[in-house]
Ligand binder design. Sequence first.
Ligand code: SF4
Length: 133
Amino acid sequence: MTYEQWIEQHKIKHQDIMKRLEHLSDREIIEYFDFENMKKNEPDFCPLYETNTKCHEMEHLNCYFCACPLFRLGNMKSFCKIESRFGGEIVSPDGFIHQDCTKCKIPHKVSYIEKNFDRSWENAMREVIVKNK
Ligand code: SF4
């Protein structure tokens, strides 16, 4: 699956959940997306839920902004909009530079999600795909 295909599928899953949560406040929605709650109530949202595996080891991992609104995917490389000091690079044999977010927890922190909250995940992710880099 390409990243573009994944993002399309994930958008639909996110929209389906958000339709059911429309009546909740922003804060309640963010709480709902806590890893522990999602694992129980939305088992199909992420394949890692089945094995109780967190993508990042942190106490209050929040899944609302998975993947990351600051991630950028271009034709020649992927990169981080804010050049997070926790980010890295992996170069594949074909020369493509992959942004490595393994050590970065920014988009999974409640404080970041609250500050940048958007009920439309699609809108929050609108700058992720870039064509000219
Ligand atoms: S390094 Fe952090 S902020 Fe940057 S794209 Fe990756 S997860 Fe997002």
